[in-house]
Design a protein around this ligand. Sequence first.
Ligand code: PLP
Length: 397
Amino acid sequence: MPGFEFFGDLERKHLNDVLESGVLMRYGFDGMRNGHWKARELEQALCRRMKVSHAQLVSSGTAALTVAMASAGVGAGDEVIMPVFTFVASFEAVLSVGAVPVLVDIDETLTLAPAAVEKAITSRTKVVMPVHMCGSPARLGELKEICDRHGLLLLEDACQAIGATYDGRPLGSYGDLGCFSFDYVKTITCGEGGAVITNNAAYARNADHYSDHGHDHKGNDRGAESHPFTGYNYRISELHAAVGLAQIGRLDEFIGIQREYSEVLRKALETLPGIRFREIPEAGEENYSFLSFFLPDEKTARAAHKALAEEGVDGCFYWFDNNWHYIKKWEHLKQLKTLGRLPREVMAGLPDYDKADFSASDAVMGRTISILIKLGWSKEEVAQRAAKMIRTLKKVL
Ligand SMILES: *Cc1c(COP(=O)(O)O)cnc(C)c1O
C-alpha cells in the first residue's frame, strides 16, 4: 500500500518549487509564490481523477472525516452508523463534532453489513459511514438504497481505498461525501494529509471555509475576509501538497503493481482447500493494497498468523487482536476514557459497547488474515513469498 516506497524526482521538484518561493502556506501571498499553488493543483488533479466537481485538501484523513461531517451540518447528538472494523480515526472524527458513533456488525466484505445498518437506524441517525477497509469496497448499492429510503447521508471513508471503484465510479465519489488519507502509510502519501471530495457545491463551500477558521476566501486580502460561521484550522501545507501532487500522478502505476502482486499471491493461495477470500461486491473492484483471506476457524487463523511470522513472511495482519482497528481492543472508547467531559448528547446517546454483542463480526475477524502488498517487491520476491506462504499454510490447515 505505501507510496513512501517510491519517492522520486517529481516529489523533489514540487517540494523545491515551494521552498524556493518560501511560501509554505496554501492561501495568500500571491505575489511571492512564483505562480506555485500546489494544494490547489492537487485538488484539481483529485477532481479529475475521482470525477467529482469538488475536492478539499486538509491536514489528515481524520480531519477529512471531521470536515466532511461538519460541512454537511452533522453535530451534537446526531448518530453516525459505522463498522466495528475500521481505524480509530472514524469514531474520533464523529466524537469531535459532538456526534455519536453507532458501531455495527460487518460481514465478509469486512465492512458494513447492510442488515445491521438498517437495524441500527433511529430518529437521530444522520449518517451512514462505510469504511472501505484494506482497499476493497463496501456494498455501496445496498447502503445507498438504505440511505435514500431513510433520508441519510452516505459518507465514504475511503482512506485505505483510493483508486478502487464501485459501479465503475471511484470510491469516495459514490456517496454524498468521500474522504481520503495521505498519511505516511497510505497508497499515496503527502507525509500527512487528507481530502474530502463531493459533488455537492454547498458542502464543498462549507468544507473550504470550515477547514480554514470559517474564512470565506473572498477577495485577495486575507485580513478583510469575513466569517459566515466558526471553523477550525485543518489546512494542509504547501509542502505536504507538493509531495501529494507528484504522488497522485503515480496512483494508477501503484495500483497496477499491487494488482499484479496480489493476483500472484491469490492464485497461489487458491490452491489450498480451506482458504477463502474476502468478499468483493459484484459491482466493485479493489485497489489491491491488501490481500485478505479467511481460514476455516479462529484457532487455525491464529496458528497460521504465528507460523507465517515465524517463517519470515512479514506484513501479515491478524486484525482481530489489533487495538487500532477492531472494537475488541478499543478500551479507551468502551470505557469512555476522555480528557474532558463529552457533550451531554454523546453521553446520553452512546451505546454500552462493553455489553454489545458483536459475535457476528468476531466470527469473521477471528478467521481473517490480511497481507500487505508492497510496491517495492521484485517479481522474484513475490514468487518466493507465494511458495513460502503455501508451504507454511499447508502445515496448519
Ligand atoms: C488512515 C485512516 C484514517 C485516518 O487518516 P489519517 O490521515 O491517519 O488521519 C481514517 N480511516 C481509515 C480507515 C484509515 O485507514
